[in-house]
Design a protein around this ligand. Structure first.
Ligand code: IPE
Ligand code: IPE
Ligand code: MG
Length: 248
């Protein structure tokens, strides 16, 4: 706690806070395996880390926190693990919705939500509606999400608009496409964190990460907390973002 507060003070003293931090929350299974526990125990422990990074994001003053919680590919995991994750999703919403709302967090779920079961879908729609008016922090939760599918969907929406005569082919530009992504209206991530040391993107935000700074942490997700988030932001604050130009 003390160490995290010290890191937060350093983050604030550094000045520029990233507007948008995205996290690939990885390593729950390995955390459980190291303790000879079933994988869902790791996922449950990971929920505590979600709580901590949301608190930390509020304290640091981020505008957007994006969390990759369940990928389109994760549907291929064993049925027992998938159903454990889906129950945890419901439990997370039931436990946290009120506090998130009170803290001024707008909760947004992004992904192919049609694949969720009716109970999860109700919970997801409910918390989105309940918190829609909030403006302190946007919490993007990606579930049943794949970036290629998101891009294909955007392409299809563009094609439909062109076919309907609402858009000419010449009007298909970067803006027109990004407006048809789930993340429409949201600034691109400034910083992407992946936990558990894995050096890959795993079909997350392929378009939006074009100029995002990457930070790979060896820490497994259930061990990731406030201090770890602040360490990542401090590292980000030391980077020279050139966007293809030369430094000032
Ligand atoms: C991340 O942890 C959570 C999800 C992908 C749902 P993993 O379950 O991928 O954990 P590892 O990578 O097997 O350790
Ligand atoms: C990426 O983690 C998806 C989420 C964190 C939700 P995975 O564990 O599914 O990714 P791979 O299989 O290691 O690429
Ligand atoms: Mg993993």
């Amino acid at each position: 706690m003390g160490a995290a507060n010290e890191l937060l003070a350093r983050v604030k003293a550094q000045g520029a806070i990233p507007r948008h931090v995205a996290i690939i929350m990885d390593g729950n299974g390995r955390w459980a395996r190291e303790r000879m526990l079933p994988r869902p125990v790791g996922h449950r422990e990971g929920m505590k880390s979600v709580r901590e990074v949301v608190e930390a994001a509020l304290e640091a003053g981020l505008e957007v926190l994006s969390l990759f919680a369940f990928s389109q590919e994760n549907w291929q995991r064993p049925a027992l693990e998938v159903s454990a994750l889906m129950s945890l999703l419901e439990e997370y919403i039931a436990k946290e919705a009120r506090e998130l709302d009170e803290q001024g967090v707008r909760v947004v779920f992004l992904g192919d939500l049609d694949r969720l079961g009716p109970a999860q879908r109700r919970a997801v729609d409910g918390v989105m509606a309940q918190t829609a008016h909030n403006a302190k922090l946007v919490l993007n939760l990606f579930i049943s999400y794949g970036s290629r599918a998101e891009l294909v969907r955007a392409a299809r929406l563009l094609a439909e608009d062109v076919a309907a005569g609402k858009l000419s082919p010449a009007q298909v530009d970067e803006r027109a496409l990004s407006e048809r992504l789930f993340t429409a209206g949201c600034p691109d991530p400034d910083l992407l964190i992946r936990t558990s040391g894995e050096m890959r993107i795993s079909n997350f935000l392929l378009w939006q990460l074009a100029y995002t700074e990457l930070y790979i942490s060896p820490v497994l997700w259930p061990d990731f907390g406030r201090a770890e988030l602040y360490k990542a932001i401090l590292d980000f604050q030391s980077r020279d973002r050139r966007f293809g130009r030369v430094s000032a």
